[in-house]
Design a binder for this molecule. Structure first.
Ligand SMILES: [Zn+2]
Length: 237
């Protein structure tokens, strides 16, 4: 293998590690987002159930008020009963009292139903609260480990970038320029192996004579993709 290729290969290995680290780094905010979304979902469910319970309690309050009004009304009717002069008035008032008492029974039934509703809604809310708290706890642990991973990755990346600089300094300028240009177009394997007699980068067939030269250690530049084609441990004609 030619000297410049060996140096470029070191650089390419280093770049591959850098690429991997960068993609790991990029995945972290995504994962954080997923956790936040999960928590938001739990919060939304929790506030929905809380709103439901609050409205049941408001209803109960209103029912209790209605009942008190009705009881007061009955007391008022009864007190007026004694002062009524005619039978007709008396019978009419008795009817009103009976009606108001029936209303009370109805309100009592509704109050009882609302109590059951409140029990159910409280249980649902309590479950949602527990689930939310569990999710928050789980996420906090996961996020902490993600932050730790982020710090590790960042310091590894910084170290790798220093080594890359040192490795790149050893590559001669002309080859470095070709390599960088090729990478900037998205080509990640500028130095590639010959595989089944073809360029490992673009799979173009390489003339047999050239393939023989590659095996003998002479570098071939692929006319199609610009890769430096070399003989590697997994190379074959
Ligand atoms: Zn090629």
């Amino acid at each position: 293998m030619e000297e410049f290729i060996a140096r470029l290969l070191d650089l390419q290995d280093c770049d591959r590690d850098i690429d991997r680290l960068k993609s790991d780094l990029e995945s972290i905010p995504q994962e954080m987002k997923i956790h936040r979304k999960d928590i938001d979902g739990h919060e939304a469910r929790f506030s929905l159930f809380r709103g439901n319970l609050d409205s049941i309690r408001d209803k109960q309050k209103k029912l209790t008020g209605d009942r008190a009004d009705n009881v007061a009304r009955i007391a008022d009717y009864k007190s007026r009963l004694l002062s009524l002069k005619s039978n007709l008035e008396y019978t009419a008032m008795l009817k009103q009292i009976t009606h108001a008492e029936k209303m009370n029974d109805l309100i009592d039934n509704t109050i009882l139903e609302a109590m059951y509703e409140e029990d159910d809604a409280s249980q649902v809310l309590e479950r949602a609260l527990k689930e939310r708290d569990r999710a928050v706890k789980r996420s906090a642990i996961r996020e902490e480990s993600l932050r730790e991973k982020l710090r590790d990755l960042e310091s590894s990346l910084a170290a790798l970038e220093v080594s890359r600089f040192e490795i790149a300094e050893k590559v001669d300028h002309k080859h470095l320029k070709i390599y960088e240009k090729s990478r900037s177009t998205g080509h990640r394997e500028v130095i590639t192996g010959i595989r089944h007699g073809s360029c490992g980068g673009c799979l173009t067939k390489i003339p047999p004579q050239r393939a023989g030269e590659i095996k003998a250690g002479i570098t071939y530049t692929c006319p199609l993709c610009g890769s430096y084609v070399v003989w590697t441990s997994d190379s074959s004609f």
